[in-house]
Design a protein around this ligand. Structure first.
Ligand code: GRG
Length: 424
């Protein structure tokens, strides 16, 4: 079962998602739950941002009553209020937590010292941490060249930290997507999680872990996004279908939104920026989601050949499409229409991410812009392929890749969005 589905929570829970916490940009409008006695069984509609994306304006009226709105329902008994929380709200709780941590510039509580522990020293090669980070850099360069090039502009400490995070994510992903994926069991993921806890406590198992162990002593990085990513891998082991966008949203958070959350404390917010930490984390989350949705749209055919369909089943059905159509892989008008809706949604996540990039420290913006521009172009390529993502892999050519670098650099010089009106 997906962790993605709505979760039940007592209304009295202190971290009531989307409740009075509020959100910059006004996208969350979940009012407080009403007092129990006065409003038994009252339903409160929370308008969420992305659930209804891609719906034609003509259909807009219908969305008000459609299930894309989460319902907060006071229980019939009136005494134990139960809240159904959407994935977007649940993830937003994590965003708030991470933002609070960054604001306070806290070190993770499990880390007791900034000096390498004896376990850390044992796990390190003779060249020590320097060599461990260099290896992380090589891996990052090998798998994500454009992003790697961008990181070279960052300060050494930040760049090395980003590489260490990248490598941990890559290794986690390889557990379920790599050559040994067919042997991976939930127990192996449990062991990987234990290993994560150990490295956060200063007890790394190997040199690559040692680099991350060191990184978390230098930046206010929380373990939760890392654990959530492992949860995403657990989802991948047992789930091959997503009933609706809410479920898919959660999956995308687990496997990619988490990367955005892990990166912000290292990339840093521009000291001049007037944006709140929540909004920057929100943008980082949006970029992870946008990238993952794009990745899914690019790989429809490849995933189908492994029996997997990472598309909202209800939206497929609405478009008159079934799993069989995906397995057959014929581009029809129904498929084009369905794809247009999915692409539109992915672009909206990219749009949300854009503002946030400008709020990052100047030297951190370039790699993020570069990867944003390049990944977003995959959507253009899917369109250029007339939506044939069954047998053609949308690919951004070398020339376009090279061109993206100066464009990204130019954008990284722009004033943070939060300062633009102030200065004009
Ligand atoms: C926007 C702000 C404020 C900060 C930036 C925060 C960051 C760095 C967000 C990026 C998140 C990210 C890179 C998520 C990973 C998404 C993803 C789908 C990666 C795909 O990785 P591969 O599987 O290696 O891709 P390919 O299959 O294309 O090679």
């Amino acid at each position: 079962m997906a962790a993605a589905v709505t979760l039940l929570r007592a209304a009295s829970s202190p971290g009531l998602a989307g409740g009075d916490a509020g959100r910059d940009g006004g996208s969350f409008h979940c009012p407080r739950l009403p007092p129990r006695k006065k409003a038994p069984r009252k339903r409160i509609l929370c308008s969420l941002k992305y659930g209804c994306l891609g719906v034609d304006p003509a259909e807009a009226g219908r969305t008000a009553a459609s299930p894309v709105y989460s319902s907060l329902t006071v229980s019939p008994a009136g005494d134990a209020a139960v809240v159904v929380v959407t994935s977007e709200q649940k993830v937003y709780d994590v965003v708030l937590k991470q933002a609070a941590l960054l604001r306070r510039q806290l070190r993770p509580t499990t880390t007791t010292t900034t000096a390498p522990s004896s376990e850390m020293v044992d796990a390190m090669p003779r060249g020590g941490l320097k060599e461990a980070y260099a290896r992380c850099g090589e891996i990052c360069e090998e798998y994500a060249k454009t992003f790697y090039l961008g990181t070279l502009l960052m300060t050494e400490e930040r760049r090395r930290a980003i590489w260490a995070i990248y490598v941990w994510c890559r290794r986690t992903d390889e557990l379920v997507d790599g050559p040994n994926a067919s042997h991976i069991t939930p127990q192996a993921l449990d062991r990987w999680e234990k290993r994560l806890e150990d490295l956060f406590a200063g007890r790394p198992y190997d040199m690559l872990d040692a680099a991350l162990s060191d990184t978390i002593t230098k930046f206010p990085i929380d373990i939760q996004p890392f654990k959530d990513m492992i949860d995403g891998m657990r989802t991948d082991l047992k789930k091959a279908r997503y009933n609706n966008f809410d479920e898919l949203y959660m999956y995308c958070y687990y496997v990619a939104g988490t990367v955005g959350l892990m990166s912000v404390p290292v990339m840093g917010i521009d000291p001049e920026s007037k944006a709140t930490a929540e909004s920057v984390y929100g943008a980082a989350l949006a970029l992870g989601l946008a990238n993952q949705l794009t990745n899914i749209l690019r790989d429809v055919g490849e995933d189908a050949s492994r029996g997997r369909i990472y598309l909202p089943q209800d939206e497929l059905a609405e478009a008159g499409l079934s799993d069989e159509d995906i397995f057959k892989g014929v581009v029809t008008d129904k498929w084009r229409k369905f794809m247009k809706r999915q692409i539109k949604r992915a672009r909206m996540f990219f749009e949300e991410a854009e503002r946030g990039v400008t709020e990052l420290r100047k030297e951190s913006r370039w790699p993020v812009w570069a990867s944003l521009l390049l990944y977003r172009q995959i959507l253009d390529e899917i369109e250029a392929n007339d939506y044939n993502n069954f047998t053609k892999r949308a690919y951004v050519g070398k020339a376009k890749k090279v061109l993206a670098l100066p464009v990204a650099y130019g954008r990284s010089l722009l004033l943070p969005y939060s300062l633009r009106n102030i200065q004009n």
